[in-house]
Write a protein that binds this ligand. Structure first.
Ligand SMILES: [Zn+2]
Length: 98
């Protein structure tokens, strides 16, 4: 298992997992429920984490999650949130890109 992403925003972590799933890359979310313990644990311990089931997927996963597609542009959701071109769904309100 290899961690590729972590965030205090649980929705963003789930969104990243869904993005990988659509590309056939299995990944699991860890620390999903720890954020409720924030205040008792060091903040870094409370981030939700995305782990690849197969570490060999790491290059593809990082490309999907972090690299901008050369042809794409950021898009603004109806809720006002800006998302990168690799995302088809708003991480904040879960609306699909129109
Ligand atoms: Zn939105």
């Amino acid at each position: 298992m290899k961690r590729v992403y972590s965030s205090f925003n649980l929705a963003a972590v789930h969104h990243a997992r869904n993005l990988l799933a659509t590309e056939g890359i299995p990944a699991v979310v860890k620390n999903e429920f720890l954020s409720s313990a924030m205040g008792d644990l060091p903040p870094a311990e409370c981030q939700a984490e995305l782990w690849l089931v197969d570490p060999r997927d790491v290059a593809r996963a990082e490309e999907l999650l972090f690299r901008r597609q050369a042809s794409g542009e950021d898009w603004i959701c109806a809720c006002g949130e800006r998302s990168g071109p690799q995302f088809t769904q708003c991480w904040k309100c879960a609306a699909y890109r129109s």
